[in-house]
Design a protein around this ligand. Structure first.
Ligand code: NAP
Length: 118
């Protein structure tokens, strides 16, 4: 995509952000990938407890996207309906309606489907 066509102020939602691939994507986004200003916010979804202080991600700065870490998001809860998942995301990610990009790096078996904007 040409530089002039790059979006700005985008909001990334990263599933599996504590894992190998998800961690790296969050790290790159906080380091202003692909261009400074493309992303203004990164929401990192975490299953097990995980703290920003032990994440080794770049420190907060006005020149980086804002990071929000949301933990306790278990996507493998048996018999959870799409409606229940949607309600969980709306509760956990208060500004979910502003999400422009979703990156998925979970590893568990199962089907996940929900409407992020519904
Ligand atoms: N590694 C690579 O180079 C690479 C490259 C391309 C694609 N991929 C793909 O990316 C995916 C992740 O790979 P990875 O190497 O990053 O694996 P990983 O290091 O094992 O990370 C897996 C992630 O999934 C999360 N997760 C597991 N069970 C979950 C649940 N029930 N609810 C919510 N989150 C859950 C884990 O969080 P918790 O530990 O907190 O449960 C962790 O953050 C795989 O599908 C892989 O094929 C990987």
């Amino acid at each position: 995509m040409a530089e002039s066509q790059m979006p700005s102020g985008a909001h990334a939602l990263v599933f599996g952000a504590s894992g190998l691939a998800g961690w790296g994507v969050v790290d790159q986004l906080l380091d202003n990938y692909p261009l400074q200003g493309t992303f203004s916010k990164v929401t990192a979804l975490i299953n097990r407890p995980f703290s920003v202080t032990e994440s080794y991600w770049p420190s907060p700065s006005p020149s980086r996207p804002k990071l929000k870490l949301v933990s306790g998001v278990n996507l493998a809860v048996a018999e959870q309906t799409v409606e229940e998942f949607t309600a969980l995301f709306k509760e956990k990610v208060e500004d979910i309606a502003t999400v422009t990009h979703a990156f998925y790096f979970g590893t568990f078996e199962g089907e996940v489907g929900c409407s992020l904007h519904g």
